[in-house]
Design a protein around this ligand. Structure first.
Ligand SMILES: Cc1cc2nc3c(=O)[nH]c(=O)nc-3n(C[C@H](O)[C@H](O)[C@H](O)COP(=O)(O)O)c2cc1C
Length: 177
């Protein structure tokens, strides 16, 4: 069956996709901001990501997409890691862990099940890698959620290349009620 031309998928145009245009378009999808934290040898490492996505409640699965050029790609697909969802006052940490290290930023960590967690965050999930999928210049890591927690803080958001805060955040609710 031939598809009507109105819905025919547009052939990928190398110039459009490899340049900043696709990046610009994708930046219109507003997201939260997270830091993926993990151990590498004796050290604690982290990277800022916004590709964090909920996948499944049963079993409990999330995913992240890692750039194949990142340092994290050598470790995270093979060992435990944590997702730290950032609060509205944690923009400096987001910058620090996105390759723009700031001398004034001194992250505080605590250990949960052998994985480093930021001592302050909006929500957190400790994960074990469940599966790894090749995806172009990124690798998708699906993580099984082993442990998690949330606080009632406001979120840090990312939209069109800017860190933002919302003005009209609903009050936190107790999930047990
Ligand atoms: C808001 C924001 C979102 C980002 N999202 C991702 C992402 O989803 N995946 C990724 O690999 N890098 C992402 N990055 C880029 C990494 O944070 C950056 O390349 C970092 O320096 C990688 O650290 P590493 O090489 O030490 O692992 C993001 C950066 C910012 C500022």
């Amino acid at each position: 069956m031939t598809m009507p031309s109105a819905v025919e998928p547009k052939a990928p145009n190398k110039d459009e996709h490899s340049g900043g245009l696709l990046h610009h378009c994708l930046g219109h999808f507003a997201t939260g901001v997270t830091i993926v934290s993990y151990r590498a040898g004796e050290g604690t490492r982290g990277l800022t990501i916004n590709s964090f996505t909920a996948v499944s409640l049963d079993p409990p699965l999330i995913l992240i997409c890692l750039d194949k050029r990142s340092n994290a790609i050598e470790v995270v697909p093979y060992s435990g890691f944590a997702i730290n969802v950032l609060g509205s006052d944690q923009k400096d940490l987001a910058m620090h862990f996105s390759g723009r290290k700031r001398a004034s930023v001194a992250p505080q960590w605590r250990d949960v099940g052998g994985v480093p967690l930021l001592s302050s965050n909006l929500a957190w999930l400790r994960c074990e890698p469940a599966s790894v999928h090749d995806a172009g210049d990124h690798t998708i890591v699906v993580g099984q959620v082993m442990d998690f927690g949330a606080s009632g803080r406001d979120p840090l958001c990312f939209f069109r290349g800017q860190f933002l805060q919302f003005d009209d955040i609903p009050s936190p609710v107790d999930p047990k009620n």
